[in-house]
Design a protein around this ligand. Structure first.
Ligand SMILES: O=C(CO)[C@H](O)[C@H](O)COP(=O)(O)O
Length: 224
């Protein structure tokens, strides 16, 4: 099993102080920063584009950015986020006409490529592309908004994919996004995930370091 990565989602940050907020979670121990891109087309919400990522880099954020594209189509924005310095890019298979080509585009820029499965998207979408992915992102809420409750049936999908990845001897990571909190992160890890997106559980906490440390403690207990 790979080491665990905790990825605060800036969707829940105080956007008027975004640079400071991101630096604060990095100082509090975040491993990577989850950057939710919504286009009011693929999902009914609108967030940030590549200029915001560039601005955060210019502000001095050294952590890797994990860009989750909730947009349709995807290829033009893959190029723009690659130029802006993304370290991870994931997209939803139904938002690309040519999934294999979009994965190749991400990898051709030296960026880790991920495919995102909505709660009701079957694992079969991974059938032909799993070996070329660096990670699979499971949505454990319907995409578009932070602060929703974790959908329990996603745990079973995570278990099934972990089994498949292990049987195939792949290094593919499993990321989980939506409703991840200190009180369920251990269960999500036990199902087989190793990257955890948390928005409100971290940015909504009084002390970011206490929240991240508590998650790490839960993860340590889960792997005992
Ligand atoms: O992608 C998202 C929604 O589409 C958010 O990243 C996700 O919901 C995290 O927020 P929270 O931890 O508050 O549930």
């Amino acid at each position: 099993m790979n080491s665990y990565l905790i990825a605060p989602s800036i969707l829940a940050a105080d956007l008027a102080r975004l640079g400071e907020e991101v630096q604060n979670v990095v100082d509090a121990g975040a491993d990577i920063i989850h950057f939710d891109v919504m286009d009011n087309h693929y999902v009914p919400n609108l967030t940030f584009g590549p200029a915001v990522l560039q601005a955060l880099k210019k502000y001095g954020i050294k952590a890797d950015f994990d860009v989750h594209l909730m947009v349709e189509p995807v290829d033009a924005l893959i190029e723009q986020f690659a130029d802006a310095g993304a370290a991870y890019i994931s997209f939803h298979p139904e938002a690309s006409k040519h999934v294999d080509r979009s994965i190749g585009l991400i990898k051709s820029r030296g960026i880790k490529a991920g495919l995102v499965l909505n709660p009701a998207t079957p694992l079969s979408v991974l059938d032909y592309v799993l070996p070329s992915l660096d990670f699979v992102l499971f949505m454990s809420v319907n995409p578009g908004f932070g602060g929703q409750s974790f959908i329990p049936y996603t745990l079973d999908k995570i278990r099934q994919l972990r089994k498949r990845i292990d049987e195939l001897g792949l290094n593919t990571r499993i990321e989980v996004d939506g409703g991840v909190k200190t009180n369920n992160i251990a269960e999500v890890a036990a199902a087989g995930a190793d990257m955890f997106v948390a928005g409100t559980a971290i940015f909504g906490a009084e002390n970011y370091k206490v929240a991240i440390d508590e998650m790490r403690q839960q993860l340590a207990n889960a792997s005992k």
